[in-house]
Design a protein around this ligand. Structure first.
Ligand code: FAD
Length: 166
C-alpha cells in the first residue's frame, strides 16, 4: 500500500519550489480586500489565463466567489512588510499604497500588475483554483521579492533581458 503523505513533509517539499510573492486584490461594492499568495501561475497564452489557488479558510475565498474579478500585484523586494500584512500579520500603522488600473485596486510599486475576470473555479481539495482571463497588465524591470523554504529572499544576480524563448 502507498505510504500516506505527511502534511509537514508535503509543505517542506513544496517549499523547495522558489516563487515570487503576490498580493491578490478584489473589490465589491466599494469593499477592497487583499491576500498574500504565491500559488499563482500562468495557465494559457491564447486566451491569456492565469490562476490563483485560494484556501477555503481564507476570507478571500468567499469574496472571490462573489466578486468574480481579481487583481495580482507581483511584489518587489522592498515590499516584504506588505506581504506580511496581507498574510494576516495585520499592521495597523501600515498605509497600503493602492493604485488603480482597469478599475481594480493594486499595490503601487509592484513589479507587475494583472487584472482578470474569473472564467472558471476548480475545486481542488481544501483549495479552489480561480482561473482568470487577463484584461489588463503592466510590468517593470524591478527586483522581485522571492519566497523559498518558508523564508523571504531576493535575487542575487543582476537583472538581464530574457534569453529563453519558447
Ligand atoms: P484576512 O486574513 O482577513 O486579511 C489578510 C490581511 O490583509 C489582514 O491583515 C487584513 O488587515 C489585510 N487587508 C485585507 N484587506 C485590506 C485592505 N483593503 N486594506 C488594508 N489591509 C487589508 N493562502 C492561499 O490561500 N493561497 C496562497 O497561494 C497563499 N500563499 C501565501 C504565500 C505567502 C508567502 C504567505 C506568507 C502566505 C500565503 N497564503 C496563501 C496565506 C494567506 O496569505 C493567509 O492565510 C491570509 O491571512 C488569508 O487572508 P484572508 O483572505 O483570510 O484575509
Amino acid at each position: 500500500m502507498a505510504k500516506k503523505i505527511d502534511p509537514r513533509e508535503f509543505r517542506q517539499c513544496m517549499g523547495r519550489f522558489a516563487t515570487g510573492v503576490t498580493i491578490v486584490t478584489s473589490e465589491m461594492n466599494g469593499d477592497v480586500r487583499g491576500m498574500t499568495a504565491n500559488a499563482f501561475l500562468s495557465v494559457s497564452l491564447e486566451p491569456p489565463l492565469v490562476l490563483v489557488s485560494v484556501g477555503h479558510k481564507a476570507q478571500m475565498y468567499t469574496f472571490l466567489q462573489k466578486s468574480k474579478r481579481y487583481g495580482v500585484s507581483i511584489l518587489n523586494e522592498d515590499q516584504m512588510n506588505l506581504s506580511n500584512h496581507f498574510a494576516g500579520g495585520h499592521d495597523p500603522e501600515l498605509k497600503v499604497p493602492f493604485v488603480r488600473h482597469d478599475d481594480m485596486p493594486l499595490i503601487e510599486g509592484a513589479v507587475a500588475h494583472i487584472v482578470t475576470d474569473v472564467v472558471d473555479e476548480v475545486l481542488a481539495g481544501d483549495h479552489t483554483l480561480f482561473i482568470g482571463e487577463v484584461k489588463y497588465l503592466n510590468s517593470h524591470a524591478l527586483r522581485p521579492l522571492l519566497f523559498y523554504g518558508g523564508n523571504y529572499s531576493e535575487l542575487s544576480v543582476d537583472l538581464a533581458p530574457s534569453s529563453y524563448a519558447w
